[in-house]
Design a protein around this ligand. Sequence first.
Ligand SMILES: [Zn+2]
Length: 344
Amino acid sequence: MDDELDTTTDTLETGTSYFGVRDPTHVEADLDRFVDSGLTSVLHTFSEADLEYYRETMSEIVAASHERGLTVYMNPWGVGRVFGGEAFSEFIGRNPEDCQVMSTGERLPAACFNAPGFRSYMRDWTEAGASVGADVLFWDEPHWYIPEWHDEQDCYPDEAWSCRCEHCQERFFEQYGEPMDAAHTDRVEQFREQSLLSFLVEMMQVGSAAGCSNAVCLLPSEDSKHGLRNWDELAKRPELDVLATDPYWTLHGDGSVGEFVSYFSEMVASLARTHDCDSQIWIQGFRLPAGGETTDAVRTATQAAVDSDVDSVFMWGYDACRTISSIASEEPDAVWNTYLETLP
Ligand SMILES: [Zn+2]
């Protein structure tokens, strides 16, 4: 555990994600605003485009963050299209043999966690993240392809699943001594979870060896369709430093915002206490409608996270995503300011 993560006091880490600006002069002005608002950390997105074209620039941006005393998180934004993020993947276009395959046989536009080529690419990404100066590598919403997220739910039968590529079939045979079924069996489900966990453990080990801490942010659904059924399996890994989740209520909740955020906040806080790591909650700052109900919800969610005794609270993302028009909140200033005002 790095000292930056402040495990020895009750100080709450507070932060935001940051993206879309690659001119350090402009970034510095935003970082100054964050520091003036009392934030202690920032997450810089590190996409495939950043890896390819902006590596030195990212070093400058990270250095500017450190100069202001901010802890720097970095995430593989949309890399391979198996993490969260509004970023495209060149990897999946160049390496179709490393992409997932549906149980019905179609190749998917998402990398496979078991493909050696993708693991190799991600090891390079991890080392690059460390080399530009990240303190914490943030493994954001790792998931197998979810057809509903791509408006393709009608293209596949309900029982279709991924991945049944040649790499997965080989690994499955090695593990169980039998061919991989095309049906969605319990063993297939177990294999998907084990494969995801094995991928994360490998990358976290690379990150740790390069001097970074590791945070994993699971989607707020305790099912293998969105990640892992048993979060304890991840929380107990020695490579994990921060267990995070993002209870975005308009996407995943179906009732009270406060109860929804409290449930997942208390869950990660409890697992973190048990396994001696830190806990983190992300507050929704995008795709929020205008009006008082939204600011009430942001206030309630932020307060619920703070009250649950998690170690860290972040918003996705800065200025309530005003600059990403496809997901911007309708009244971004109101959302962002409510978040900042509610933090202790
Ligand atoms: Zn596969």
